[in-house]
Design a protein around this ligand. Structure first.
Ligand code: ADP
Ligand code: ZN
Length: 810
């Protein structure tokens, strides 16, 4: 017998291996195997086909790693579709789908010893650095650790860490399914019903008391398992505390079989009844689902889309099916999880690229065993659902649903629709500002459409005011800061009224350019063709493309005058200016720099929602989904930045962004205000925003897209050429252009430089192709492209030549 084995590598197709006779019974579709590939490397592969026969040249499968398959046929079909549609390798999809522990390719696995007491060891200063660095990943190889140590300039080698007990060496057996048991904390028998005795035992330690109380609460709130992490997080204690409690014989830590099918129970009274217009929308959705599995729920911000999602979650849950709740960005998870956890009694599984590999692994298996509700970003689509009934795609218009790197470069919303089709599930696409893609699908009758135009609680939509910056008289200095007197007055009034303000600035850092006043020289990144951004906090210039940093030059590198000045405005500088203008106000900032870690993000959000912060300055991170009661004013000092990008979607995106951020204003108490400063008050985006009705704008946009043959009427493909050798890059790009022209005529663009065409020492060129939206053309295009790529790579000196294919680029 032979097996087709898929490897998690960017190679075309699958590989055939022989099944050893004694493994024939065990070898079934979807189990992982260990195989040798290439000269000596061992890989974890996946059985995706079995046939009879033998072959002399074939290698043997070395081992079968699973007792039960990790995927089923339906998942594989989804993978195949994704690889095909997005022109990537199946191995890339496998790589994206399986958590790292399921595809480890080295013999030894190392793990940070979580039980180790770091302060006791002689590594001292480095200990925290190391544990911090290593804790990002649960399972590491020797090479991984070495790399981390080097990167962090920690002068230790892996052996020293093992000797010090900081890192555990685990056996290969880890690759077998060890996940069906989990550790949980329990009361020791004699303390089980004796809270008083427990408290006496711990009364002398504040930390232990906190941990015990947290554990008691968790016991009340949820079923086991209760991990030490949960207790530690809830009580703000550490491993030492838990260990002490175990040592005292108060708590036990044991392995139990995980009950993956956690019951999803609604807490009583947590789902307030729907109001009339929501009931009407619900009925319309029911009706729409009669004829199509996909419904676009278009509801203004604050109309209660989330409330309707919950209604559907309840129904699908009652039918015993699984639900996937998709959100565009990790930044939003905290907020929505808190909301969902308040409503459900069981665990909600959270899945995104930043959860630890261990959690990913647990989530993977929980979903495989039928866990009812997953909240996640696009990658959650690749979880092995058994019985999927509903996918909710919240903020369906959001660009973050598109994967940029690495391959597969898939779109979360569109892939969700396909997965639902395969699984016989339903999809709700929700947005206040739908994508033109979805609107066209509605117009073509493919998706149902339900609208909610009212806000819950008869809350009025915020009043939008425009400040025409052409009319504002300001000194040069004021102009640079860019706050008109109207804007400052509006902020003052709002703060005096005890309400909060959000300031939206779509650019982080302090000042976008550092420029010489004398000769005009702008400090550029050495590796990219972009100017560097000054970050005051770090006192460095940073390239936002390759993240390289440079010290701030005192004199101009070109004319050597001491005449360097900052121009332009980022969030950081804006925050500082605001603070100097409003010395008594408490201001906070939320952007990639301040909120990169989950903890910091949560802290910013908590402070704001507790009214400890009066003004929140932020990038698009603050535009999405946040539901704060007391925000009375949203200001956008530089709206023009949003629609002046050279991109055919920039108007659409600008409108979406402005509506989203406006929607943060006046959600609960009183009517909110929005103040937008612009030099282009007649721009269609601003006009549409003011009128409150986007239909006209959409229609106009759609007509233009049709005329210029853009998405959504055409399926666009971008082929990016990326090479350090400019000549070689240009030559091959033009070859592709001519080659495709023969088949697609003027729907192929000549190679064009992207906005930033030199990044990290690589030259970039794009070739765009506009395809008709049918399967046949897609297949034809793929064939031509693959043929071309194969031909180029077969040339001497071109085997590593890079062409990055991006289908439906954003
Ligand atoms: P959207 O997702 O459309 O922006 P939400 O679902 O977040 O709207 O609802 C806006 C606010 O109104 C939330 O604070 C929500 O709790 C509240 N809300 C919505 N519908 C109801 C309802 N039927 N009963 C009570 N509160 C509601
Ligand atoms: Zn750079």
């Amino acid at each position: 017998m032979k097996a087709e084995i898929l490897l998690p590598l960017p190679v075309p197709g699958t590989y055939t291996y022989l099944i050893p006779p004694d493994m024939e019974e065990e070898a079934v579709f979807g189990k992982r195997v260990e195989v040798q590939f290439g000269r000596k490397k061992l890989y974890t592969g996946l059985i995706v086909g079995i046939e009879s026969g033998t072959g002399d040249q074939l290698k043997m499968i070395r081992d079968i790693l699973d007792d039960e398959p990790v995927i089923r046929e339906i998942h594989y079909r989804f993978w195949k579709w994704m690889a095909e549609y997005y022109c990537s390798f199946l191995g890339d999809v496998m790589n994206a789908a399986l958590p790292a522990p399921l595809k480890i390719d080295s013999e030894t696995v190392l793990q940070l010893n979580v039980d180790h007491d770091y302060d006791e060891m002689d590594l001292e200063d480095d200990a925290f650095l190391i544990s911090d660095a290593l804790s990002i990943q649960n399972e590491l190889t020797w090479g991984d650790i070495q790399e981390i140590l080097q990167k962090k300039s920690i002068n230790k080698n892996v052996n020293e860490l093992i000797d010090a007990g900081m890192v555990d060496v685990k056996e290969k057996a880890l690759r077998k399914n060890t996940h069906e048991t989990v550790k949980t904390l329990m009361w020791a028998a004699e303390y089980r019903d004796n809270q008083k005795a427990v408290m006496e035992q711990v009364s002398r330690s504040k930390k232990q008391t906190r941990a015990v109380l947290a554990f008691t609460t968790l016991r009340r709130e949820k079923k086991p398992p209760i991990s030490r992490y949960e207790v530690m997080t809830k009580s703000d204690t550490d491993h030492a505390t838990i260990r002490a409690l175990i040592k005292k014989g108060i708590l036990l830590e044991t392995k139990i079989k995980k009950n993956f099918l956690g019951e999803l129970i609604f807490r009583k009274g947590m789902l307030p009844p729907l109001v009339d217009f929501q009931k009407k929308a619900l009925a319309e959705m029911e009706q729409a689902f009669e004829s199509t599995p996909v419904v676009l729920l278009e509801g203004v911000t604050g109309s209660g889309k989330t409330r309707l999602y919950l209604e559907w979650i309840r129904r699908v849950k009652e039918a015993g099916q699984q639900i996937l709740f998709m959100i565009p960005e990790i930044a939003l998870t905290t907020h929505i999880i808190h909301r969902l956890e308040a409503i459900f009694e069981s665990d909600v599984i959270v899945y995104h690229s930043r959860v630890s590999e261990k959690s990913r692994m647990e989530a993977y298996h929980s979903v495989r065993f039928g866990a009812p509700l997953v909240i996640g970003t696009r990658s959650a689509l690749l979880l092995p659902f058994q019985n999927l009934g509903l996918i909710i795609v919240d903020e369906e218009h959001d660009r973050s649903y598109k994967q940029l790197n690495p391959a597969p470069r898939y779109h979360g919303r569109d892939s969700a629709v396909y997965l639902a089709l395969l699984s016989d599930a339903r999809v709700i696409l929700g947005s206040a500002t739908p994508s033109l893609e979805s609107l066209v699908n509605v117009q073509e009758g493919k998706y149902g459409h339900v609208m909610m135009k009212e806000r819950f609680g008869l809350m009025e939509m915020p009043e939008i005011q425009i400040v025409d910056m052409r009319q504002v008289q300001m000194s040069e200095e004021q102009a640079e800061i860019g706050f008109s007197p109207q804007l400052l007055q509006a902020i003052h009034q709002m703060l005096d009224a005890g309400r909060q303000v959000m300031v939206f600035q779509n650019r982080r850092g302090f000042a976008p350019v550092f420029l010489c006043d004398h000769c005009g020289h702008v400090v550029q990144c050495d590796s990219c063709d972009v100017s560097m951004t000054y970050h005051k906090f770090s006192e460095k210039l940073q390239c936002h493309y390759c993240r390289k940093e440079k010290p701030v030059p005192k004199e101009c590198p070109s004319c050597h005058f001491w005449s360097m000045k900052m121009y332009g405005m980022g969030t950081e500088k804006l925050e500082e200016h605001l603070q100097s203008l409003l010395p008594d106000a408490t201001i906070d900032r939320m952007d990639y720099d301040t909120a990169s870690g989950r903890k910091r993000l949560e802290r910013i959000l908590t402070r704001f929602s507790n009214n400890e912060t009066q003004i929140l300055v932020g990038t698009q991170m603050i535009a999405k989904g946040l539901d704060f009661e007391n925000v009375g004013l949203v200001v956008v000092p530089r709206a023009d930045q949003l629609f002046s990008f050279p991109d055919f979607r920039s108007a659409e995106n600008a409108l979406q962004m402005l509506r989203q951020v406006s929607g943060r204003s006046g959600r609960k108490k009183e009517k909110g205000q929005v103040l937008i400063q612009t030099y282009n008050p007649d721009h269609p985006v601003i006009q549409s925003l003011m009128s409150g009705d986007d239909r006209g704008f959409y229609q106009q946009e759609l007509e233009e897209r049709k005329v210029f043959r853009f998405a959504p009427y055409y399926r666009m493909v971008k082929v990016t050429f990326r090479n350090k050798n400019r000549k070689k890059n240009t030559q091959v790009a033009y070859e592709l252009y001519h080659y495709l022209q023969a088949s697609f005529g003027d729907r192929v663009s000549v190679p064009v430089e992207p906005l930033v065409s030199y990044i990290n020492h690589y030259y970039l060129l794009d070739v765009f192709v506009k395809l008709h939206r049918n399967r046949k053309e897609g297949t034809f295009f793929r064939k031509r492209l693959n043929h071309f790529i194969r031909e180029v790579k077969s040339r001497p000196g071109f085997s590593n030549f890079r062409m990055i294919v991006n289908v439906d680029p954003i």
